[in-house]
Write a protein that binds this ligand. Structure first.
Ligand code: GLU
Length: 314
């Protein structure tokens, strides 16, 4: 990585502007009304190296909400809270091939548990597994965890986005009630309280720098980049990275693995978290999405970087 910095520093602004040109081909998500306010042509990136260096370009200071990217980290916290066997008794390990908010397989396939923790149904179950007596207590623990990984004590929930999703999330509500009926959410899991935790962690606001720092921790196998202290057990990071490869980029995960070849997770806000194991963490925002729900310009920029620096793990 160190030998790549000079070329990266020189080329990144150009590559970013080249990628930005295709943002007009995408569409900003609007099913959560508040997300529709994001700027269509924005594109920002931060690359965080293991030596503490950060390289940024474009709209790297733009704030956006984590949305689905948060699912990687709530999975990690649930694994730390409950252990592997408890978590995977309630959520599977396989990609679905369906939309991220699909209900289809919950009914069609025995035993009715969500296929994986990165689709909405799976992430809602994971939210129910976070320790804490109340939604506020669970959210506080999630925030404390995210802040530590991001190296930013100011990370907070964007209340407007939270309220906007809460008011319009009919499908997520249906999924959650279905999971309750299937007894995947248990007797003492109040559906609305579980959803509150889920909507709040989706609405945590970041920028490219904080996102890149979270990615860097994963690229270092769970270690704090400054102190070397273990923040997440290596085994759990391995699990999270594997899900990122198999289901991190919605129904474009296979194509992304071929074109870019690194663990990554995107969200409907246009964020992408990507990491090159042992080398760097990457945070990107580009709100205009392609038909699969991934940042159209962000994908192009990652593809360019991967080709230039041989990032593919395969
Ligand atoms: N909060 C969003 C939802 O549940 C997250 C979706 C996403 O980013 O894929 O619809």
């Amino acid at each position: 990585m160190e030998q790549d910095w000079p070329m990266l520093t020189e080329k990144l602004p150009f590559w970013l502007e080249e990628s930005r040109k295709i943002a007009s081909a995408g569409k900003v998500a609007s099913y959560i009304p508040e997300l529709a306010r994001a700027p269509q042509d924005a594109l920002g990136i931060c690359i965080a190296g293991r030596d503490g260096r950060q390289l940024t370009a474009g709209d790297d200071t733009l704030s956006f909400t984590l949305q689905s990217i948060s699912k990687v980290f709530t999975l990690l916290l649930a694994l730390m809270d409950r252990g592997e066997s408890a978590v995977f008794s309630k959520v599977g390990m396989e990609p679905t091939g369906d939309n991220f908010n699909s209900m289809l397989k919950l009914e069609l396939v025995e035993p009715g548990i969500p296929f994986n923790p990165l689709i909405n149904a799976g992430a809602i179950v994971v939210s129910s597994l976070i320790r804490g007596a109340t939604p506020a207590e669970k959210t506080d623990r999630i925030l404390a965890f995210f802040r530590e990984l991001a190296g930013d004590d100011t990370l907070a929930v964007n209340e407007a986005v939270f309220r906007s999703e809460t008011a319009t999330a009919h499908r997520n509500r249906s999924l959650a009630y279905f999971l309750k009926d299937n007894k995947v959410l248990e007797e003492n899991d109040d559906v609305e309280k579980v959803l509150e935790v889920y909507f709040r962690h989706c609405a945590v606001e970041v920028n490219c720098r904080s996102l890149a720092r979270m990615a860097l921790v994963l690229s270092l196998g769970g270690k704090d980049p400054e102190t070397g202290r273990e923040l997440i057990p290596r085994r759990y990071v391995q699990i999270a990275k594997t899900f990122m490869v198999t289901c991190g980029m919605y129904n474009e995960s296979g194509e992304f693995a071929i074109r870019v070849g690194v663990p990554a997770k995107s969200g409907v806000s246009g964020g992408i978290l990507a990491l090159v194991p042992g080398r760097c963490g990457v945070g990107i925002v580009g709100p205009a999405l392609n038909r699969k729900g991934n940042s159209v310009a962000g994908m192009k920029l990652l593809e360019t970087l991967s080709a230039a620096f041989d990032w593919s793990q395969f």
